[in-house]
Design a protein around this ligand. Structure first.
Ligand code: GLP
Length: 234
């Protein structure tokens, strides 16, 4: 695992963007796996400010809250449109459908999209408990797309994006860890002291479903971009 220490989130966004740009220039990046949360925002800002054309690229997002429409401002579809796709159109962009009522059909549909568009570069953030996507502790490492319950600490961390805690959905559709691990390259971005334990578990901890991100130790092409505060435990 390569660890790149950056000054702050702005520098981290630039670094992550450079890696994507490099992949696009040498033709190794046609499909991007994308993430939400605050950590990748500076990378999206760099993408939007660039003169790069993404119109022959495909984007596949990690997850979506159950019960939110794509037009809902708290949905991850809205977030992605707002931060990236409205400014830089992609050939196709996929986010799970939070309103899907047939759970199995939605999960199968999403797994088929991933199978038909193997991910070249997967961008990840990390939850304070080490979750990736919405794959909470205890998630099997070979998991595929499924509907998941969010644990209390995740609801607590994510309530900042909602008016009140009761508005935070308690479930989500999430790409599985098995699919994340199939990406050819993984770039994980993390900033701030709230991520200290998660990064310690990811980089140095035993590989255990207690810290979902610890499985990344088994992937041969992972770049961790983080600031000093987040890396303080290593
Ligand atoms: C959510 C997302 C994750 C993200 C995490 C951390 O739970 N499902 O993909 O990594 O939040 O978010 P932040 O970057 O805002 O700390």
């Amino acid at each position: 695992m390569e660890i790149i220490k950056v000054q702050d989130q702005v520098a981290g966004g630039k670094k992550a963007f450079e890696l994507i740009k490099e992949g696009m220039e040498n033709d190794s990046a046609k499909v991007l796996g994308l993430a939400t949360g605050s950590s990748p925002i500076t990378m999206y800002q760099e993408m939007v400010a660039s003169d790069l054309d993404f119109s022959d690229m495909t984007a596949i997002n990690l997850d979506e809250y159950v019960g939110l429409k794509g037009t809902d401002e708290q949905s991850y579809r809205f977030f992605m449109n707002d931060k990236l796709f409205n400014h830089k159109p992609f050939k196709a962009s996929y986010v799970p459908d939070g309103m899907a009522t047939d759970e199995k059909a939605e999960c199968d549909r999403y797994d088929e999209i991933i199978a038909n568009n193997p991910i070249d570069i997967q961008i990840l953030g990390i939850g304070t408990n080490g979750h990736i996507g919405f794959n909470e502790p205890g998630t099997p490492f070979d998991s595929q797309t499924r509907r998941v319950g969010l644990v209390e600490s995740t609801i607590e961390s994510n309530k900042r994006f909602f008016d009140k805690k009761e508005d935070v959905p308690t479930e989500a559709y999430s790409m599985g860890i098995g699919s994340i691990m199939k990406a050819k390259k993984i770039i994980l971005v993390a900033y701030g002291e709230s991520k200290i334990d998660a990064l310690k578990g990811m980089v140095e901890g035993p590989i255990s479903t207690d810290c979902p991100a610890s499985i990344l130790q088994k992937h041969d092409n992972v770049v961790l971009i983080a600031d000093e505060a987040a890396l303080a435990g290593l």
